[in-house]
Design a protein around this ligand. Structure first.
Ligand SMILES: [Zn+2]
Length: 106
């Protein structure tokens, strides 16, 4: 599994990046995700920042479309798009993955 690292471009235009962030709510212990835009706002707020811990960044464009558009600039990605980025569970389809995330990670 390849970790996505956000770029300067993602930071400048988080709403365009398509990136979302898995984070842990340190108070409740729960893991959830939010768009990068919201995450960067939290990072600018000292009081809220300390309540959340980064788990990983996920860029669906980066992880789900490597095969058709692969070029020299794009790293080879072996990640299964139906694989849960949190625990590695491999779903049957998108719906199954959604169900898994909402039941197992809430
Ligand atoms: Zn999972």
């Amino acid at each position: 599994m390849i970790e996505y690292q956000i770029t300067e471009e993602d930071r400048k235009h988080p709403e365009r990046s398509g990136v979302f962030v898995y984070y842990k709510n340190l108070k409740s212990g729960f893991t959830d995700n939010m768009p990068l835009t919201g995450w960067l706002e939290i990072q600018r707020n000292r009081n809220r920042k300390d309540k959340f811990a980064l788990v990983r960044y996920v860029n669906p464009r980066f992880t789900q479309k490597p095969l058709k558009t692969r070029s020299a600039e794009q790293p080879e990605v072996e990640e299964d798009p139906l694989e849960c980025p949190l625990c590695g569970y491999v779903a049957k389809d998108d719906k199954d993955l959604g169900d898994h995330k909402s039941t197992d990670h809430k």
